[in-house]
Design a protein around this ligand. Structure first.
Ligand SMILES: [Zn+2]
Length: 652
């Protein structure tokens, strides 16, 4: 969509010449519905923020003008706002949940983060600072200050604008949950009062939990940042202007549109690498902000980023923005790594990162992928995290396999290899039956279950779905889902119905079990043996048939409650093979074959497409020597995956 690019360019030029940037916010907060305007999204919000960073005190002092366009279809008198930084306090819901998972958690002064509104005024309605009150829609924790509600004196009519003028101060924590400072590095995310989303006929503005991410409406952002002149700055927006001030600071002006958040980063130690990439929507800028000692990863980041841009462009749809900023956190700053904000992502590496360990590649692929699901499709991450993290993890597997090889997309050493789908599966299996995919993010049993199910299970469910509808069809369904729902806030059912529509199949039987349920899928070869045909007269002492005729038995058992049709490949000593398909409805099935050869092996799911199968080692059975070999291999595999799991847990 090239027109969009030109529109951005025009907006930048006008802003530089003192044009609309200084016009009233109402004039620019135009919804998509206004005749003659062409926007990607329905613009509900327009934020103008003027912020000053004090890098010594790690504080931000700012004023915000939020123009909210009431497209809710009804008058509104109360407005909730997220104050995310207040999560980083000892009695918050976030920290309370963290302490349940980790009773050894210690509280340190550096963990403290806060956002304090010093004044709130509504244009035409006066100073409403005294009208603000904290609300706790999720858990009644009176000590949680992550959501505030304001009641205005008179309702804002449907279709009208309301303008909030807010003065606030941030205290940044040492990096935690992907925001904060570390030495001279600042990653500033979720840092300003942010209005909730009117969704399904009600305000949706959940508290900040340990395992929740975000949900916000689309709009425009015009942000002025004032900070010391030696800071190298990156933001999820276009830089409109940069002016040096006489007090040793500089003021940077940024603009972005058709996004739902604004984040930024600053450090005097960043090394800026500029590049570009051209896709179906035109040419875009790439900004890499690299931390000291990470020179070895420059090329690796650029390669995976361009490969991912290309693959998403081909498979899913165009990337419509004219920029992406990649932030490489400094040594020890991994808590700022692996995060997505609109058109800005944080990556992850280390000085010694070996080439065969594809953590920087997987992380950057994943975070960029979020630009499509979290960024543009913009589902509710509080309530349906799987639609973002899960679909994104599935595509992470597909894109990584496509770019780095099916068996080597995570770990690629001469002595050991592991694919990304193997890692997704492993995460799921550790928590397999604790929670359904569709649980609200903060209602999962714990952090491990949230991660294992939301990321690992969803991606494994979609990989297994390929067996039912085919890889190409699923890719087409994702393409249709993206094009149809980008810049809206679709639900899980919107996604599932799109898959059914594109595949032309009723898939409720699968979704009920895999998406809404917790049942385990596990099939095993229960028995495999042969008997001489006329055993009472035909067998020698070793049980060998003298006539050469055998009756062969193969039994398959459904161990779990998850019913799924399975293929079984059976092989006889003379090389003959037979293939069966069992609907899996009963608990077991026994196949009988009269052959002039004994059966030697049977394997369930011979193409290894059913990743949801919990135990892959009981899927095959081979008589005699081969069986020992299989066992031995399986032990090595188990050892290797456990060792890798340990390594990954230690690294991330
Ligand atoms: Zn993610």
């Amino acid at each position: 969509m090239r027109q969009y690019r030109y529109a951005m360019l025009l907006a930048g030029v006008l802003a530089l010449s003192g044009g609309p940037l200084h016009a009233s916010p109402q004039a620019r907060a135009k919804p998509a519905a206004v005749a003659g305007t062409q926007t990607l999204s329905t613009r509900v919000v327009a934020y103008e923020i003027d912020a000053r960073l004090d890098p010594v005190r790690r504080t931000i002092t700012a004023s915000e003008v939020l123009t909210y366009h009431n497209l809710t279809g009804q008058p509104q008198q109360t407005f909730p706002f997220h104050l995310y930084l207040n999560a980083f306090q000892p009695q918050s819901t976030f920290t309370t949940e963290e302490r349940i998972d980790n009773p050894g958690l210690e509280w340190k002064r550096e963990h403290y983060g806060a956002i304090r509104i010093t004044r709130l005024e509504v244009t035409g309605m006066g100073d409403l600072t005294g009208q603000m009150q904290f609300i706790h829609p999720d858990d009644n924790n009176a000590d949680d200050h992550t959501v505030i509600q304001v009641r205005v004196p008179k309702p804002v009519p449907a279709g009208a604008d309301v303008q909030f003028k807010i003065s606030f101060e941030d205290q940044l924590p040492e990096v935690v949950a992907r925001t904060g400072y570390l030495r001279d590095f600042f990653m500033v995310g979720q840092w300003f009062p942010k209005v909730g989303v009117w969704w399904k006929g009600a305000w949706n503005c959940h508290q900040f939990h340990l395992d929740t991410e975000f949900f916000a409406d689309f709009g425009t952002f015009d942000v002025k940042l004032t900070l010391p002149q030696d800071e190298v700055v990156g933001a999820g927006a276009d830089l409109v202007s940069s002016v040096n001030n006489s007090d040793g600071t500089k003021t940077l002006v940024y603009h972005s549109e058709d996004v739902h958040d604004f984040s930024w980063t600053a450090s005097p130690s960043f090394r800026l690498i500029e590049d570009s990439w051209t896709g179906s929507a035109g040419t875009m800028k790439i900004h890499l902000l690299m931390s000291p000692g990470h020179e070895n990863t420059d090329e690796r980041y650029l390669k995976v980023l361009k490969g991912t841009l290309q693959t998403y462009d081909e498979w899913i749809g165009p990337y419509p923005y004219d920029r992406i900023t990649v932030v490489d956190p400094p040594h020890g700053g991994f808590r700022a790594g692996g995060m997505e904000y609109p058109t800005l992502v944080t990556a992850d590496t280390s000085t010694w990162m070996p080439r065969g360990f594809l953590l920087p590649e997987v992380t950057l692929e994943h975070e960029f992928g979020h630009q499509y699901w979290y960024g543009m499709v913009a589902t509710n991450e509080f309530e349906e995290a799987w639609l973002d993290e899960g679909i994104n993890s599935y595509l992470e597997v597909k894109v990584m396999d496509h770019l780095y090889g099916n068996d080597t997309s995570m770990f690629n050493f001469p002595w050991g290899q592991l694919s990304d789908d193997g890692e997704q599966r492993r995460q799921y299996m550790e928590v397999a039956d604790l929670d359904p995919i569709t649980r609200f993010a903060w209602k999962f049993y714990d952090d491990d279950s949230y991660g294992g199910i939301t990321y690992g299970k969803t991606s494994t469910v979609l990989l297994t779905l390929e067996k039912i509808i085919g890889e190409e069809t699923l890719r087409r369904a994702l393409h249709v889902y993206f094009l149809r729902y980008r810049f809206t806030h679709p639900t899980g059912e919107d996604f599932l119905k799109t898959v059914e529509e594109v595949s032309g199949k009723d898939l409720r039987w699968y979704f009920e079990q895999a998406v809404y349920g917790t049942s385990i899928l596990d099939y095993e070869i229960l028995d495999l043996h042969s008997d001489p045909a006329n055993w009472y007269k035909d067998a020698d002492n070793a049980g060998k048939s003298e006539s050469g005729l055998y009756r062969n038995y193969v039994s398959v058992h459904r161990k779990g409650d998850f019913i799924f049709p399975v293929d079984v490949a059976i092989r006889f000593e003379n090389g003959e093979t037979v293939r069966e398909r069992w609907d899996g409805r009963d608990r077991w099935i026994r196949y009988t074959y009269d052959r002039n050869s004994p059966v030697v092996s049977a394997e369930i799911d011979p193409e290894h497409q059913v990743g949801l199968d919990r135990n892959l080692f009981n899927n095959s059975y081979t008589v005699e020597e081969d069986k020992r070999a299989v066992r031995k291999l399986s032990n090595i595999w188990t050892f290797l995956t456990q060792w890798l799991a340990q390594l990954l847990a230690w690294l991330t």
